[in-house]
Every structure is written in structure tokens, then in C-alpha cells.
Ligand binder design. Structure first.
Ligand code: DQA
Length: 148
């Protein structure tokens, strides 16, 4: 099972950016955490982080026929990007949206997610653990698909 983990703009600045919102752990810490859990579950992972919307679209398109599932934190593009929504719809890969903070309890402009409509679930406000929950949920869903 191959899961692609995509992180959008400014998530490379984890540990530096707004630690009161996102914590003090870094993007590298996040990758290490997910990799360890994926190894425990016997899942293969690949990671993409980009600050560019087009590169994120390319990453989603690149997952077609190469990834079984996607975990995506689209960061600020959550609230603006029809292109990312369309890319997820185009590839049709089971996807879970993750947010470290809970955007629904923050500014009004964070309450809209364009991508949510193409995701099987949205996990918010659980910090880095949200990615691990997403990994376990995707693994269960994909295992179920394989049995069917
Ligand atoms: C975020 C929430 C977004 O509103 C914000 O623009 C981010 C990070 C989160 O993980 O909580 O960059 O996606």
C-alpha cells in the first residue's frame, strides 16, 4: 500500500511559524513521525511539500496509478484552490484532508475548504497526531477495498 502525504505552503516553516498555533516541532519531525507509524503498519509512504499551487496539482496528478491513498494538508490553499479540488476529483484516489489546527474555530476565511468535497474525511485540530489518525483510517479503508 502506497500513501502520498502532501503538505502545502508554509508547512516547511513548522517549528518557526506561529508556534502557539502549530507547535514547536518541525516539518522534518512530522515526516519522521509519519514514517515511523507507516513502517509499523507496513505502509509505504512518499512526501511532497511545496509552497506552489501548481506543484501541488502536479503531485496529485503524479499520484494517479502510483498511490493508493493521499493525505493532504493543503494549508492556505484549502481556502482558495479550486485547482486542487479538481485535481483530487480527476485522480479519484481516496484522500483525507488534515489540518494541524482547527480552521473552523479560527478566522471566518478559514471556515471554507474547497477540497473537503473530494475527501473521504477531514481531520482538524489534533496536531501532528491528525496525520497518524489519517494514515490509520486510510489503511483501514484501503484494506476494506482490497477485500471487496
Ligand atoms: C492549516 C490551517 C490553514 O488555515 C493554514 O492556512 C495553514 C495550516 C493547518 O494545518 O492547521 O497553513 O492547514
Amino acid at each position: 500500500m502506497n500513501i502520498l502525504i502532501i503538505n502545502g505552503p508554509n508547512l516547511n516553516m513548522l517549528g518557526i511559524r506561529e508556534p502557539e498555533v502549530y507547535g514547536t516541532a518541525t516539518y522534518e519531525d512530522l515526516v519522521d513521525l509519519i514514517t515511523a507509524e507507516a513502517e509499523r503498519l507496513g505502509i509505504q509512504t512518499s512526501f511532497v511539500q511545496s509552497n506552489c499551487e501548481g506543484a501541488l496539482v502536479d503531485a496529485i496528478q503524479g499520484a494517479y496509478k502510483t498511490a493508493d491513498g493521499i493525505i493532504i494538508n493543503p494549508a492556505a490553499y484549502t481556502h482558495t484552490s479550486i485547482a486542487l479540488l479538481d485535481a483530487l476529483k480527476a485522480v479519484g484516489i481516496p484522500t483525507i484532508e488534515v489540518h494541524i489546527s482547527n480552521p473552523d474555530t479560527r478566522e471566518d476565511f478559514r471556515k471554507t475548504s474547497y477540497l473537503r468535497a473530494a475527501c473521504i474525511n477531514t481531520i482538524e485540530g489534533r496536531g501532528f497526531n491528525g496525520y497518524l489518525d489519517a494514515l490509520r483510517e486510510l489503511a483501514a479503508v484501503l484494506d476494506g477495498d482490497q477485500v471487496d
